[in-house]
Design a protein around this ligand. Structure first.
Ligand SMILES: *Cc1c(COP(=O)(O)O)cnc(C)c1O
Length: 395
């Protein structure tokens, strides 16, 4: 008999973290591994934000705060939604958690009963299905085609909805593909959702501020008929390079927000008081660096996509957001190369060429891998050289 619970046996540890630790081990053993597996920006947190945290400590903001966020941070979030998304929320429609991850977890724990289904378009962020399982729900995975830039179509959505559907998850810009839903695409999906009145929508907007080529971000809560059924999750981790500070937030229907606070009150209580003060400055302070940082990310994306498309056997779409690309490696799998799966491909790549990437199957779609280009151009140049030589030897 194992001490571990049955509900825990249903889930697996994060595969992206697994690759990162394997790479770290190899590095510790003296190998020159280039990590393209990380899911976080490589920039430092801006100085004005760090300074706000230092001031918070000096001021004595070092005690428990309200469970789901200080009034100052909720107000900053309220203003952010109004300023950037033209969305109005009352303060009791906003919840702050220890990262966007906790906000999602709270939402599933607060709303899912056994058998409830959550539609998750694949490729997906690795934590969605496991969080749903932990909360006792059922992930309903919909594999989306490369032809549609890995986005769910209205027809696919319609087919996936059942009497048991509780949530649909939308993540745009996407981790792992970088794909973004246009306003028109959101409007087309909305037509299906407006007809299916029992389905709630969870919009993961964490990459909102990392977009390219003039892409105009649009979030589904902006569809008036759906706002009362949409929980929007966002946070400071990716936009402000604050992954270690652990602040995320959600906005949506009051009853869900209240239920989420109840979960949090019996688990972690409030997120760090100091991080909350820093997040206020992130949202209220200058947003100037977002633009310069996007230019730097865009240069890397362009380089990576072009290099990948010049490698025999690989092909890669050029997405409009986030800091990931999701190249297709199907032509390099099979008898000829002796690599059966994308997992074999990435393991060999790490072993032979010392480049760490994550297999597509970890995100629910086989035959691909994810590259994070949140690293220096020097690293990217070296890595792409190595991937090229590796693929040439295979073919
Ligand atoms: C990073 C990430 C999150 C949440 O990150 P936190 O650090 O917990 O705020 C949520 N969704 C996606 C798709 C992510 O990549």
């Amino acid at each position: 008999m194992s001490i571990v619970s049955n509900s825990l046996k249903r889930i697996k540890p994060s595969p992206t973290i697994a690759v990162t630790s394997k790479a770290r081990e190899m590095r510790a053993a003296g190998k020159d591994v280039i990590g393209l597996g990380a899911g976080e920006p490589d920039f430092d947190t801006p100085d004005n934000i760090k300074e706000a945290a230092i001031q918070a400590i000096k001021r004595g903001d070092t005690k428990y705060t309200a469970v789901d966020g200080t009034p100052a941070l909720k107000k900053a979030i309220q203003e952010k939604f109004s300023r950037e998304n033209n969305l109005t929320y009352k303060l009791d429609q906003i919840s702050v958690g220890t990262g966007g991850k906790q906000v999602l977890y709270n939402a599933f724990m607060a709303t899912l009963d056994p058998g409830d289904e959550v539609i998750i378009p694949a490729p997906y962020w690795v934590s969605y299905p496991d969080m749903v399982l932990l909360a006792g729900g059922k992930p309903k995975i919909v594999k989306c085609s490369e032809k549609n830039e890995f986005k769910i179509t209205p027809a696919e959505l319609k087919k996936a909805i059942s009497k048991k559907t509780k949530w649909l998850i939308i993540n745009s810009p996407s981790n792992p593909t970088g794909s973004c839903y246009t306003k028109e695409e959101i409007q087309d999906l909305s037509k299906i959702l407006i007809k299916n009145k029992k389905v709630f929508i969870l919009s993961d907007d964490i990459y909102e501020h990392i977009t390219y080529d003039g892409f105009e971000f649009f979030t589904i809560a902006q569809i008036k008929a759906l706002k009362d059924r949409t929980l929007t999750m966002n946070g400071v981790s990716k936009s402000y390079s604050m992954t270690g500070w652990r602040i995320g937030y959600g906005a949506g229907p009051k009853d869900i927000i209240k239920a989420m606070a109840k979960i949090q009150s019996q688990s972690t209580t409030n997120p760090s008081s100091i991080s909350q003060a820093a997040a206020v400055e992130a949202l209220n302070g200058t947003q100037d660096f977002i633009k310069t940082r996007s230019e730097s990310f865009k240069e890397r994306r362009d380089f990576v996509v072009e290099s990948l498309n010049n490698i025999e056997g690989l092909s890669c779409l050029k997405p409009n957001g986030a800091f990931y690309v999701f190249p297709n490696c199907k032509k390099l799998l099979g008898k000829k190369t002796n690599l059966k799966t994308d997992k074999d491909f990435v393991e060999k790549l790490l072993e032979k060429s010392e480049v760490a990437v994550v297999q597509g199957s970890a995100f629910g779609l086989d035959g691909y891998f994810r590259i994070s280009y949140a690293t220096s151009m020097d690293n990217l140049r070296k890595a792409l050289e190595r991937i090229k030589s590796f693929c040439e030897i295979l073919t």
